[in-house]
Design a binder for this molecule. Structure first.
Ligand code: BEZ
Ligand code: FE
Length: 294
């Protein structure tokens, strides 16, 4: 649409005046953010020639996000997730550092204080799914092994639900462990399966309106920490998963896609565990942590 010069000048003058309204802000960071926000917001309104009806719909949408948000449900973070803003914030802050493992979104299903398991232990605690043996080494970006790194892992069960979504007090599909003196870790988990992000609220309506799926690519969450290194929040994904290119929250990074190799029924496990009548899988995930100051 062509906007006549006189109209353009009017709109630009308003945008400029609103930007200037932050000139007196004594917090330079806040001033910078608010000025940029207003600049981009006004550009958006002018670019799409936003109608007053659309503006009302947008306000109504945000109001509904607020109404459905409580201490268990955060629709605004979900909105940020599906707009890729969460992942972009992770990307901006997780500065590339040599071969350090890449970060991805945290997601809403982490719980502090998960049970501790030994190396080789099982995080399922009754969560149902195909058993999966995961192992790897935690090193620094220069290759030095890191003993005693804390590894927290959490994942959905084969129904695509995290324990906290079951509405009871169960703790399942999550645990933490520490790397041994050789920097190695291993544990039994479940082969990850795809699941939808919560889509029964306004964000789900938005996804449907734009023809997008709420499904997340199959993944297993990790948070790896050690006092001398930058904490890593990441997931690993399953090579071959059809959803890798359409993850609802844009969390997939090629470097985090791993081979989950399915083992036929009866294949001996690395730790001599007996798994009757079931396949199991195994995957390797070597983790490199960046230095704290990276
Ligand atoms: C998750 O992976 O757990 C998740 C991430 C973002 C939004 C919803 C769920
Ligand atoms: Fe998840």
């Amino acid at each position: 649409m062509t906007v006549p010069p006189e109209q353009q000048a009017r709109e630009a003058e308003l945008a400029h005046r609103v930007e200037r309204s932050f000139d007196a802000c004594t917090n330079p960071r806040l001033r910078m953010i608010m000025t940029a926000l207003v600049r981009h917001l006004h550009d958006l309104i002018r670019e799409v020639r936003l109608t007053e009806h659309e503006w009302t719909q947008a306000i109504d949408f945000l109001t509904r996000c607020g109404h459905i948000t409580d201490d268990k449900r955060q629709e605004f973070i979900l909105l940020s997730d599906v707009l890729g803003s969460s992942m972009q914030t992770v990307t901006v802050n997780d500065q590339a550092c040599g071969d350090a493992t890449e970060a991805t979104v945290f997601g809403p299903f982490f719980v502090e204080g998960s049970p501790q398991i030994p190396v080789g232990g099982d995080i399922a605690f009754g969560a149902v799914g195909e058993p999966c043996w995961l192992e790897g080494t935690v090193t620094g970006a220069a290759g030095e092994i890191i003993p005693n790194a804390r590894i927290e892992v959490w994942e959905a069960d084969e129904d695509g639900l995290y324990d906290v979504q079951r509405g009871d007090d169960r703790i399942a599909g999550r645990a933490h462990l520490f790397t041994g003196d050789d920097g190695r870790y291993s544990f039994w988990g479940l082969t990850p399966t795809p699941y939808p992000i919560p889509h029964d609220g306004p964000v789900g309506q938005l996804l449907r309106a734009v023809g997008r799926s709420p499904m997340r690519a199959s993944h297993l969450h990790f948070r790896v920490s050690h006092p001398d290194y930058r904490t890593l929040v990441t997931h690993i994904f399953v090579r071959g998963d059809q959803l890798l290119d359409s993850d609802a929250v844009f969390g997939v990074r090629p470097s985090l896609v791993k081979d989950f190799v399915r083992q036929p029924i009866g294949t001996p496990t690395p730790d001599g565990r007996v798994i009757p009548d079931k396949t199991w899988s195994r995957a390797q995930f070597d983790i490199a942590l960046a230095p704290t100051d990276a």
